[in-house]
Design a binder for this molecule. Structure first.
Ligand code: CMP
Length: 148
């Protein structure tokens, strides 16, 4: 059964056309259906809203600045076990751990710092729905599920 997730290619990766292309290829090679795709630039407020749960963390300001520093690409992806599979492909959040324990993952290969870590992926069905709605307010998840 198909599951949806939100995948975001962050400004550090979008800034490098070859990395962006590589990540797009990886999505296709891993049998995801690209349900929606959008290139966008966030205002600081969008960034603050999306990452509100992290407000108060020491990295919040730099995260907010970074995520509104340039173009991003967001995808709604579908596959069996999409949420888990995309997170496995991304690898650990922290760049040291990613490079040393999971060098073949996206963050292991392309992550720059703990903040500038190339990609985001939803971590649960609930957050996938919230995050898909945040990026694609016109996309009706319920209707898509029925049609599939
Ligand atoms: P993401 O998966 O988008 O979810 C929250 C983001 O906060 C994370 O990726 C990183 O970009 C950032 N982040 C998480 N932990 C740290 C940390 N320890 N130091 C700096 N940035 C972090």
């Amino acid at each position: 059964v198909l599951q949806l997730t939100l995948a975001v290619i962050k400004p550090d990766a979008v800034a490098h056309p070859l990395i962006l292309e590589t990540l797009h290829e990886k999505i296709l090679e891993n049998n995801f259906i690209i349900v929606r795709r959008k290139d966008l630039i966030w205002k600081k407020e969008n960034s603050e809203m999306f990452y509100a749960e992290h407000s108060g963390r020491f990295f919040y300001q730099r995260l907010v600045e970074f995520m509104s520093s340039g173009p991003m690409r967001a995808y709604v992806l579908a596959r069996d076990d999409a949420i888990h599979h995309w997170r496995e492909m991304m690898g650990p959040t922290k760049v040291f751990k990613a490079r040393h324990t999971a060098p073949d993952t996206i963050r292991g290969q392309f992550g720059l710092t703990d903040t500038r870590n190339t990609t985001h992926g939803s971590d649960s069905v609930e957050s996938a729905h919230t995050e898909i709605n945040f990026f694609f307010p016109d996309f009706c998840i319920g209707r898509w599920m029925e049609e599939e």
